[in-house]
Write a protein that binds this ligand. Sequence first.
Ligand SMILES: Nc1ncnc2c1ncn2[C@@H]1O[C@H](COP(=O)(O)OP(=O)(O)OP(=O)(O)O)[C@@H](O)[C@H]1O
Ligand SMILES: [Mg+2]
Length: 234
Amino acid sequence: MIFTVGGIKGGSGKSTIATNLTVWLSKKGFDVLLIDADEQETATKFTKWRERITEGNSGYTATILTGDAVRQQVLKFKPKFDHIVIDTGGRDTTSQRAALFVSDVYLVPFNPRSFDLWTIADVENLVKEVRSVKPTELQAFSILNRADPKGSDNKDSAELLRESTVIEHIGPAIVSRKSFANTASAGLGVIEGSPVDEKAVVEINQLFNGIMQKIDVDFDVNFNIISSIQKDTK
Ligand SMILES: Nc1ncnc2c1ncn2[C@@H]1O[C@H](COP(=O)(O)OP(=O)(O)OP(=O)(O)O)[C@@H](O)[C@H]1O
Ligand SMILES: [Mg+2]
């Protein structure tokens, strides 16, 4: 599967989701390529930190691509990896459109704040535009990230996201937790944190397992891989 993590709002948690997804998939035994398609190169910095503590063996392959090269190179890389995760920048860039054109799955984190949620319509328009020219299916999911630990904001924001007929909302919400920032700055996924933040791990496992179920990537009960069935609508 080719996953693009994007959206058109800065700081929503794209790199956090992209790097955690990469680590999570690689821990399941998949051969994963992480593509940094954001000029800020957050995903690349993450991998550099990770390589320091893993003595060069991050557990996945990482590369940087921008602009239309994303589309061309992803098609070349596709047969060589089980999964490709593309981290994009917070704007509607050429890189993000190029990534979406070759992706199967689009993951869009939103923070439960009005400025973030106001971008839903723009993201929907981008998805519609890409779908109108893309020969294969693009499944799009919204994720509530940096959610409040308490209060009704999460529920209200999730309801708003659920109203979309273009982008499917998938839970659970990822609550704002220090462990995400702490692990990321060390080049680790939250599932690798020490001490383990169990609540964060439960949320991220539920979220990613839920996404894998929706897109037909299967694991057995012990989370070993049975198969990765690529939906091909050609
Ligand atoms: N669930 C979370 N809990 C706590 N902090 C979080 C969470 N998700 C993201 N963050 C923090 O929020 C900041 C922005 O996250 P991140 O870099 O993933 O966003 P982004 O969408 O990739 O930003 P950009 O648009 O600049 O690429 C980072 O400091 C990150 O550690
Ligand atoms: Mg980023």
